[in-house]
Design a protein around this ligand. Structure first.
Ligand code: UD1
Length: 411
């Protein structure tokens, strides 16, 4: 049986790092993934005046003792959407901020209107000027009743990061319930924040006048764990995935069992994945906000279905343009037809290697999975997308028996 150890969650780490802006004492984050995205966020925070220290790759200490000008320039925000979440904490501490509107993966329009509305409800005055959000809260932020029209992970986190230091009570209704939200809440509570309803769709946050430092271990990356589980499903094998939270992936386990893969959670931190059939069965899947099937595992699941016995329908409900991997998978011989938000995957008995191009973070790893399942050699170009979210991917896959090598592109 192979074994693979999962890192802390990228999507959680980035928002936890933004939380360091909220206090003038050190925030020590452990179980940190060492990724291009966390390094990039550290760079932005450094620019804002945060002292960032990384003596060990899995630990980062951030201290916002003395902040500089609350200005996040385009060059430091455009590559990654999570950087936009510095706006709320900067406003809460400085009363003003100027933050470039974000970039990130090319998976649809991805606006930030809900983020801005939440901050406005808390008393911020925001204007959009030449690609920047210019925000002021001359009298400080105050509590507000915020009801999100639909679930947004980023907007929920952003509202939390501002509300913890706002005057009075903030109620967040229809809040996202992703494990990364609870992780952020637990860290903020350890820093002295008052948050009730963690893990539910209604959080009540009572602002405090100051927060202090703490040490917090980043929650396990459920997307990384799910990606390895799907790599096993695509290639056959028996792998123990360690240092994860199997309970965070219920929707994935349900779909994996539906296609005939054995999934055996072992305690609270491990899961064994067993795939003995040469080809799995077909099954339909729809992405949903947590606890539904994560949009960040859709591409990897599609890679598995390419060789299923029969046709499957995948429906992407979170992002309108998240099937860019489909034409690349077709280059390996997959039979996929995309109609708007739906993709029909007709399983083929064999995929064959080919050169392909990564288009976004999760799409790129789906090409790796399909390449491992294909006969012959696959060359994945633009692997820098992978480095944004998967630490040591080729090392971990090689240790599981994959024949994979980085031929160029910084790691
Ligand atoms: C989303 C995913 C998250 C994933 C991340 C990276 C969900 C609910 N969220 O988080 O799991 O890790 O992408 O792939 O699955 N939206 C607006 N206005 C806003 C904010 C969002 O219209 O101000 C829309 C988005 O375009 C999208 C939906 O709301 O269609 C959910 O977006 P949101 O959860 O905010 O995106 P991320 O935080 O990036």
């Amino acid at each position: 049986m192979g074994r693979v150890r999962i890192n802390g969650a990228k999507n959680s780490a980035l928002k936890l790092m933004a939380a360091a802006l909220l206090c003038d004492e050190p925030l020590v984050l452990t179980n940190m993934p060492d990724l291009a995205d966390t390094r990039f966020m550290a760079h932005l925070l450094g620019h804002l005046g945060v002292e960032v220290e990384r003596s060990d790759p899995a630990q980062m200490t951030l201290c916002a003792r003395a902040l500089g000008a609350p200005f996040a320039p385009y060059d430091l925000v455009r590559k990654m959407r999570a950087t936009f979440n510095v706006l709320g904490p900067l406003l809460a501490r400085h009363g003003q901020a100027r933050v470039s509107l974000p970039g990130g993966c090319a998976i649809g329009a991805r606006p930030v209107d809900l983020h801005l509305k939440a901050l406005e409800a808390m008393g911020a005055q925001i204007r959009l000027e030449e690609g920047y959000a210019v925000a002021e809260a001359p009298k400080g932020l105050h509590g507000a009743q915020i009801s999100f029209p639909f679930v947004s992970v980023g907007a929920t986190e952003h509202a939390m990061l501002a509300a913890v230091l706002a005057r009075g009570e903030t109620v967040l209704d229809n809040a996202a319930r992703e494990p990364e939200i609870a992780d952020l809440a637990h860290c903020l509570i350890a820093m002295g924040a008052k948050i009730e309803g963690v893990g539910t769709a209604r959080m009540v946050i009572t602002g405090v006048s100051r927060l202090g430092g703490t040490t917090h271990a980043v929650v396990a990356d459920r997307i990384e764990a799910g990606t390895y589980a799907l790599a096993v499903a695509a290639t056959s094998g028996d792998v123990l995935i360690e240092n994860c939270v199997p309970g965070h992936l219920g929707a994935l386990w349900d779909r994996m069992r539906a296609i005939g893969v054995q999934v055996e959670p072992q305690g609270d931190t491990c899961v064994r994945i067993l795939q003995s059939q040469e080809r799995c069965s077909a099954a339909d899947m729809e992405t949903q906000a947590y606890p539904g099937f994560p949009t960040d595992l859709q591409a990897q699941f599609m890679a598995v279905l390419c060789r299923a016995k029969g046709a499957s329908i995948i429906r992407e409900t979170i992002f309108e343009n998240r099937f860019m991997h489909a034409p690349e998978l077709s280059r390996l011989g997959a039979d996929i037809t995309v109609h708007g938000r739906e993709a029909v995957v007709r399983g083929v008995s064999e995929l064959h290697g080919a050169p392909v191009m990564a288009t976004d973070l999760r799409a790129s790893v789906s090409l790796v999975i399909a390449g491992l399942a294909a006969k012959g050699q696959t060359e994945v170009n633009r692997v820098y997308h992978l480095d944004r979210g998967f630490e040591g991917l080729e090392r971990k896959l090689s240790a599981l028996g994959a024949d994979i090598e980085r031929v160029s592109g910084a790691s």
